[in-house]
Design a protein around this ligand. Structure first.
Ligand code: FEH
Ligand code: ZN
Ligand code: ZN
Length: 334
């Protein structure tokens, strides 16, 4: 079968490998769509600050597939049905999994990051990673729901404790941030969208942002909203956006860090301490939340934008994403 594999820094290729056989407790999926994430670029171009990624490895951690084979001991999963794959699949036994925080599982082998992922014709997946896809949700949308939507939902609602009526700033309205704009608006927040790409800002306006502005034109002391910005979510995570987030947030507010644009970054000690700014990390989301976002999508409350392209074109789309030429999200279809 075809698989797009990471062989080490700057070495990512589409190759032929054997189709995997599902081990005990796993199922074999025929991949229907797999979303392309900025984190894939960080892996391929060695920008994760030394985070260990095994090689060779099939990348692709946003997966929707159809079950074609069950491994030993698997029950409750239907052959021929479509499932979304919860990427940071938990062990079910550690303290985090037992508390429902399976995104923090200490035994997890993340799909497409620590074990082979979905840029392939087939992928073997632990059965407990599967979440049924509602009929109304197309394959590519289900794929990007597993990260680009799930991560935004978790950051705003679970970590950020978004409240209806509050002012929320979303930094970076690309693949994740545009979903965040929709989620924050749907849950009653008044949204300021910031980016440096006018095409993305226009999409943010169309998807519910009250104000969408080039962040280089912003005076963080006087943000253009009719209320204080009490929650800022940074989906970029470079040094400039981390600084801007801390300058922009109102006294007593929360900054949620999501994007992995730089490994370090500035901390405004006096501001954060004296004004009690909470700086919060947010990672991916939980399996339970994935079921929730698929339901929100099925009901039309979130409408993720995704463009599909053939898996054979993956190297082109990696380069285009890196060049900033992708407006929202790309999913590869085998
Ligand atoms: C992937 C690899 C490493 C860190 C974070 C990620 C995210 O894309 C998961 O959402
Ligand atoms: Zn990702
Ligand atoms: Zn666990």
């Amino acid at each position: 079968m075809r698989a797009a594999r990471y062989f080490g820094p700057h070495d990512f290729r589409l190759v032929e490998i054997d189709r995997p056989a599902p081990e005990r407790g796993e199922v074999l999926l025929r991949v229907r769509a797999a979303g392309l994430c900025h984190s894939d670029l960080h892996i391929i171009f060695d920008e994760l600050g030394g985070y260990p990624v095994p090689a060779p490895l099939t990348l692709g951690h946003e997966i929707c597939g159809e079950v074609v084979e069950l491994g030993e001991g698997v029950s409750g999963i239907e052959i021929g049905h479509r499932y979304a794959v919860f990427g940071p699949v938990g062990c079910g036994n550690c303290a985090y999994c037992r508390a429902g925080r399976d995104n923090l599982c200490i035994n997890s082998r993340w799909m497409g990051i620590a074990r082979d992922g979905g840029y392939a014709d087939y992928v073997s997946v632990p059965a407990q990673a599967l979440v049924a896809v509602p009929q109304a949700v197309p394959d590519a949308v289900a794929a990007v729901a597993t990260d680009a939507v799930l991560t935004s939902y978790h950051a705003l609602l679970t970590v950020g404790h978004l409240q209806p009526g509050e002012g929320v700033a979303i930094l970076g309205v690309g693949g994740l941030g545009l979903n965040a704009v929709q989620i924050a608006s749907a849950f009653g927040a008044v949204v300021l969208a910031l980016d440096i790409d006018e095409r993305k800002l226009e999409l943010a306006r169309q998807h519910g942002a009250a104000v969408a502005l080039d962040s280089r034109q912003l005076d963080p002391q006087h943000p253009p909203l009719d209320r204080p910005i009490t929650l800022v979510a940074d989906f970029v995570g470079n040094d400039q956006t981390k600084l801007l987030a801390q300058q922009l947030v109102a006294r007593g507010g929360r900054v949620v860090l999501v994007g992995l644009g730089s490994v370090g970054g500035p901390l405004l000690g006096l501001r954060d301490v004296a004004d009690e700014i909470a700086i919060l990390g947010s990672f991916w989301g939980t399996r339970q939340e994935l079921a929730t976002v698929l339901d929100l999508i099925a009901r039309g409350i979130i409408r993720p934008r995704v463009e599909t392209h053939p898996l054979d074109e993956i190297l082109t789309w990696v380069e285009r994403l890196r060049a900033g030429e992708v407006e929202s999200r790309v999913a590869l279809v085998p």
